[in-house]
Write a protein that binds this ligand. Structure first.
Ligand SMILES: Nc1ncnc2c1ncn2[C@@H]1O[C@H](COP(=O)(O)OP(=O)(O)OC[C@H]2O[C@@H]([n+]3cccc(C(=O)O)c3)[C@H](O)[C@@H]2O)[C@@H](O)[C@H]1O
Ligand SMILES: Nc1ncnc2c1ncn2[C@@H]1O[C@H](COP(=O)(O)OP(=O)(O)OP(=O)(O)O)[C@@H](O)[C@H]1O
Ligand SMILES: [Mg+2]
Length: 276
């Protein structure tokens, strides 16, 4: 499909989410590493802080952080890349997370169990009289609390080391609003902006990531009642379709309608708080 054949909605979304028409993994790596290095240097901060989950997004962002910090140091600057493991109790794919950390080669690794803080908040809410329509709703809401606990932990580290928190949002998550507002959506730098999911994987592969982690099934893994639930099941859409939509490739009309509707409904998650 040529650009002029795309609907106005789709062209607007592709432009707003900064999805480029062309893609070259090496060029994308260079652009994003130099962005991270420039931010460290220009802001006078000295660390990049990032949660590593075992999924491909954080694996990719983590490797970019490593390369950026190396670049700052090579130019005589001071910088470190701090990785954080932020499991909720025991994580089912801990082995993948350990390998992902190894691949990104952090200067420091901090492991913080977010389960005690999450459970304390759930208990305090219950004690205050907060009730939910059913246990599924409560589990979903507490899932978002987990994402926010991870944000809190990362800012507690960044605040102590003059660091910046790195987020992993990219175009395929941004278009669907598939992130927790002020949770994983809360970050200072978002180096994967504009990439579709398959482009994130291509960047990871070009960086030399282990193949099984490059192609791992994406999961937010927030709901205790359905651990490791694939994102595609939660979204009711495949990343292939989402990526096709964003890259201007043919998609069924029903997919286009669903994505445009989701994009509009989640606009508040991509914007500053609404003011009068
Ligand atoms: N129109 C509006 N204008 C301004 N604010 C509005 C609003 N509608 C809702 N809100 C606010 O937004 C809140 C809902 O947003 P939020 O709390 O984020 O919750 P919500 O969008 O309902 O849920 C987050 C979704 O993202 C998924 N997720 C989260 C984290 C990571 C990943 C991943 O891929 O790893 C995926 C998660 O599985 C879930 O499906 C509402 O409670 C309300 O406070
Ligand atoms: N258990 C965890 N430990 C550390 N960080 C986490 C954890 N879970 C989520 N995060 C952070 O939240 C971000 C959002 O999660 P998300 O699932 O979108 O990314 P991912 O796990 O890296 O990749 P994928 O989407 O393919 O699963 C992660 O990139 C990571 O920075
Ligand atoms: Mg994940």
């Amino acid at each position: 499909m040529t650009d002029t054949e795309l609907s106005r909605d789709r062209r607007e979304i592709i432009r707003d989410l900064e999805v480029s028409a062309d893609f070259d993994a090496h060029a994308e790596i260079e652009r994003r590493v130099s962005f991270l290095a420039e931010r460290l240097t220009t802001t006078g901060t000295t660390a990049l802080v990032l949660g590593i989950s075992g999924g491909v997004d954080s694996l990719t962002a983590g490797r970019l952080c490593r390369l950026a910090v190396d670049r700052v140091r090579a130019a005589g600057g001071t910088a470190e890349y701090i990785a954080m493991r932020l499991p909720h109790g025991e994580q089912k794919d801990e082995d993948d997370a350990t390998r992902a950390v190894g691949f990104t080669e952090p200067d420091r690794l901090l492991t913080v169990d977010i389960r005690p803080a999450t459970e304390a908040m759930a208990a305090s809410l219950r004690a205050a009289g907060m009730t939910y329509p059913d246990e599924g709703v409560e589990d979903f809401v507490i899932g978002n609390v987990k994402a926010r606990q991870r944000m809190i932990a990362q800012y507690a580290v960044a605040g102590g080391v003059r660091g910046l928190v790195v987020g992993t949002d990219h175009a395929a998550e941004a278009v669907t609003g598939f992130f927790t507002k002020y949770g994983d959506g809360g970050a200072d730098l978002v180096p994967l902006t504009g990439l579709t999911k398959r482009r994130v994987r291509a960047v990871a592969a070009t960086l030399g990531a282990p193949e099984d982690l490059v192609h791992k099934i994406p999961t937010a893994d927030l709901e205790s009642l359905s651990p490791q639930k694939p994102d595609e099941e939660a979204l009711g859409l495949t990343y292939e379709r989402i990526d096709d939509f964003l890259e201007g490739l043919p998609v069924p009309a029903s997919v286009e309608e669903a994505l445009v509707a989701r994009y509009r409904a989640t606009a508040h998650k991509r914007a500053l708080p609404t003011a009068p």
